[in-house]
Design a protein around this ligand. Sequence first.
Ligand SMILES: NC(=O)c1ccc[n+]([C@@H]2O[C@H](COP(=O)([O-])OP(=O)(O)OC[C@H]3O[C@@H](n4cnc5c(N)ncnc54)[C@H](O)[C@@H]3O)[C@@H](O)[C@H]2O)c1
Length: 422
Amino acid sequence: MSAVQSPDSTHFVPGSTNGAKGRRGSTVLNPKSYVKKELWEQAPIFTGSTRFDRLHDANNILITGGAGFIACWFVRHLVLAYPHYNVVSFDKLDYCATLNNTRMLDDRPNFAFEQGDITSPADLKRVLRKHKIDTIFHFAAQSHVDLSFGNSYEFTHTNVYGTHVLLERAREHGVNRFIHISTDEVYGDVPVGAADLSETSILAPTNPYSASKAAAEMMVSAYRSSFKLPLITVRANNVYGPHQFPEKIIPKFTMLLQRKQKLLLHGDGSPTRRYLYAGDIVDALDTILHKGTLGQIYNIASKDEISNMEICHRLLHLFGIPAPDSALWLQRTEDRPFNDQRYATDGSKLAALGWQPKMGFDEGLGITVGWYRRFGEVWWGDIGRVLTSFPVVAGNEIWTREEHDELSSSDTEVSLEEENEV
Ligand SMILES: NC(=O)c1ccc[n+]([C@@H]2O[C@H](COP(=O)([O-])OP(=O)(O)OC[C@H]3O[C@@H](n4cnc5c(N)ncnc54)[C@H](O)[C@@H]3O)[C@@H](O)[C@H]2O)c1
């Protein structure tokens, strides 16, 4: 790997054609835009590694959010490891999605993609009937905590109402299994030294994202009790790996270093997270599909607890930047309005089904950084604005925060002028 020498303050102009200039200076990402064939053919196909005997009551599996990060790994795994399961990826194709994530499956007879919105009862009814769905994995969500502070209605709409619509449609249609993907963040902050939390611990979310995920879990719980819907809930630690949209810390900081730009570290960088490699969560979900008990909740837990500052140091090391120069590459930004210090969950219930993480953090990080150095700049289109501090997203349109503030104040000026004219 070539080392970068010093942070570059010049503006980076990527070569990709995706990322059209939007209204009033924003970037509009196009999740349907494919990378060039020459490059595409060099991209590795990542999946999990587990294999189980076929379930005879699971034939047609719907994966919501299938063009996003974790779900695309799971879709690839199911399609390639289990040719007898028909897999339908259902996705709205939001700003963070890309069909590049499942393009390698396009000619597989057991794969289909359906564009649709989980908040649309009509979209879901059509797809559940058309594909005779008997099993659902529900990943689709607004998933980025940073955005949830500015755009919280969208989080409630997608994560709570969208989950409700999916549950209701699943109830009407009838399914054999519905596996709901939740997060360790629903438990809230766990103080240093406190015991790891089991699945029966109380939920105490602290930000609009985690609150919306906890609220969605309440609907799941209600459908389990009221309608005997065959539900399983999983709560996973932070997941990382190739294919994650570069708004989250590991891919974002990798791409900043790739562009010779400083790492935009929130606050003092001390909060920790536990990290699961994407291939490991896929194996956990595969285990839960084939061996999990209906009605149960499973934590998917890692032991790799790493602070944000430590992530910076490990990435700087991978880019060949000597430790004494680290400070030159860090730019402290304001923190989130509230930032949980750590999450800590106990994974022994899932371990009893035979799953444990296989990928060590340093190895997984090396694979991830290698992938982003090769493909990160083109996979989603122009990610320049995504890599700024607290960007603003509306639909598939992205602004820097400064651009958006300016836009909002000029909008206010216009509406004040309009008011004055009346
Ligand atoms: N990434 C993590 O570290 C992590 C950890 C624990 C749990 N989770 C959960 O896992 C799930 C997937 O997370 P991710 O990081 O892969 O997310 P992501 O943001 O990469 O993908 C989300 C996908 O959902 C789709 N989507 C959004 N709204 C939709 C709608 N209304 N209808 C249909 N599709 C819609 C998007 O287009 C996107 O493809 C989420 O439920 C998240 O809460 C994520």
